[in-house]
Design a binder for this molecule. Structure first.
Ligand SMILES: *Cc1c(COP(=O)(O)O)cnc(C)c1O
Length: 370
């Protein structure tokens, strides 16, 4: 990889998604853009059935399997429609007349529950909200003792990292039924034990690559439960049998995901990047906690290491903060409209240097305006 990132005009990008990409990956994609490996055409111009492209796709899957140590009895699917379409695919594939248990800890798990409800209304089964932290404005996770679990539920769904509210559940909840986790904004950020899950899914545009893909990691035993009403393209068993190529997949995003997996391996893999991620998060939260000017509302045990929402003591300074941050090369810090204030998304591709630049800016801004 020849282009030196330091010579490029690349600013600090804290966007929640589509999010920052590793500069080396973009440079590699650029170098292969017109002529992929001497074939005289771009990878995005190739048939998804060609042996070259199938090789790229299969390699990407192997790299992900190796990074996450995915056991052999799990299928890995590269689908489309984003994480949001999985909110429908999950009940259509897994409800099977039973009950879907849902834990609501923020906007995304709330949306997943709401979508599943529609299928319950159609008669595909029941849904049960196990507990919600709505009363705390999603700043914590409901006490385990208060969860109203269904003993023989078809599955238990939760969101491991609430991207908007900045609430993370690090340890997989211990439940007796298949665990289904939305990991869109925390996949590959720290090691997890895949064998504890029935299914993990993640949209690509946070920690995996550009938008256009959703990755589904699912235990084989869950593949034959789909409702007869499940659309073919949402049917996990069908997509597993077709190697995620029942129809044309998002070929270029899939290729780029493979390059990001290479990059992550070069960084030392998931364990190594987790160390950096913890450092980034610890420093940013410490800067917030050590000041009366900034505040993060989330209960400490559940603070996300990927998405850090924060408010200014004087909200009338928000606009100025964002404007001056942008002038300092710190982009996309505006908080989600549901939460307000600011949010720094510090995914794998956001370096410790970027986080330090943000902290320095925050401290200077406080000095000027406190
Ligand atoms: C971004 C996000 C989604 C939605 O992803 P889309 O690709 O836009 O459908 C769902 N869940 C979580 C946790 C997210 O961060």
């Amino acid at each position: 990889m020849t282009t030196k990132p330091s010579e490029l005009h690349r600013l600090h990008n804290f966007c929640a998604g589509p999010a920052a990409m590793p500069t080396q990956v973009l440079a590699k994609a650029q170098s292969e853009m017109l002529d992929w490996q001497g074939k005289g055409l771009s990878i995005m111009e190739m048939s998804h059935r060609s042996s070259d492209y199938v090789g790229v796709a299969e390699m990407a899957e192997q790299k992900l399997r190796s990074l996450m140590q995915i056991p052999d009895d799990y299928k890995v699917l590269f689908l489309q429609g984003g994480a949001s379409l999985q909110f429908s695919a999950i009940p259509l594939n897994l409800l099977m007349g039973g009950t879907g248990d849902y834990l609501t800890t923020g906007a995304w798990s709330g949306k997943a529950f709401k979508e599943a409800k529609r299928y319950a209304e159609l008669g595909l089964g029941q849904v049960n909200e196990v507990a919600t932290s709505k009363d705390s404005n999603f700043t914590t996770v409901p006490d385990r003792a208060d969860w109203q679990l269904t003993p023989d539920a078809a599955y238990f769904h939760y969101c491991a990292n609430e991207t908007i509210h900045g609430v993370q559940i690090t340890e997989p909840p211990q439940v007796a039924v298949p665990l289904v986790a939305d990991m869109s904004s925390c996949i590959l950020s720290a090691p997890i034990d895949v064998s504890k899950f029935g299914m993990i899914y993640a949209g690509s545009q946070k920690n995996i690559g550009p938008a256009g893909l959703v990755i589904v990691i699912i235990h084989e035993s869950l593949l034959d439960r789909a409702s007869q009403w499940c659309p073919t393209l949402l049917n996990y068993k069908h997509m597993a049998e077709k190697g995620s190529m029942s129809n044309t997949p998002a070929t270029y995003s899939w290729y780029l995901a493979g390059l990001v997996f290479d990059w992550l391996q070069e960084q030392g893999g998931v364990e190594a990047i987790a160390k950096v991620n913890h450092q980034k998060a610890e420093r940013l939260y410490a800067a917030i906690d050590n000041s009366d000017f900034y505040q993060n509302p989330v209960v400490k045990d559940y603070r996300s290491i990927m998405n850090v929402p924060f408010t200014l003591a004087d909200a009338s300074l928000d606009k100025l903060f964002l404007q001056q941050a942008e002038e300092a090369g710190l982009l996309n810090l505006k908080g989600h409209r549901d939460v307000g204030g600011m949010r720094a998304s510090i995914y794998n591709a956001v370096s410790l240097e970027s986080v330090e630049a943000l902290i320095e800016f925050m401290q200077q801004f406080e000095k000027n305006h406190a």
